[in-house]
Design a protein around this ligand. Sequence first.
Ligand code: CA
Length: 226
Amino acid sequence: MSAHVLIIEDEERIARFVELELKHEGYEVTKAGDGRTGLSLAESGDFQIVLLDVMLPELNGLEVLRRLRKSSSVPVIMLTARDAVMDKVSGLDSGANDYITKPFAIEELLARIRVALKNNPGTPAKDSDVLTWGDLALNVSSHTVTCRGEEIDLSHREFELLRMLLVNRNIVLSRDTLLEKVCGYDFAGETNLIDVYVRHLRNKIDERFDFHMIHTVRSVGYVIKE
Ligand code: CA
């Protein structure tokens, strides 16, 4: 079954071009020309991936993403204007899986779509929806983390980092591996970002609940042990 792609883009010329290319590659495609329509379509859960422009009428792309992430973990690739560094950073912090700068080569977009789909092969099975460690529970579907009845407020990247470590418990993950999974390949080499997010998680979880959950493995990376 081919993936169904939602394009939220108000520039009809770009939307049409991407639609034709994606259909040529065998994808199913639906287009939305404003943020509000795009958000309600994306929330329907009918799509395997969303391409989301930042500058949109009705609701801008970052706001669409912020609202969408309350109920959905569908992969989202942001389409940003050249050099809009703030948009990239805000987009990734709000839960975008990747971004591509306009104007882009269609081959690059296709490659990123393939990567995003490979990293998110559909909805997780029911019994893996909740990952637990002691009193801590991470719910993949609702994108929430709770401990002893208290909800822990995590950014998207902190959540993804914790999820990766929980899924791979007892396996030491290198900073490079974590960086690629959590931040994407555009951040290759910036492994200190992972140290920063680990520090956030320790502040928000280990210190608050007196855990020793995330272990540092010197000169290798991090692991959550059973
Ligand atoms: Ca636009």
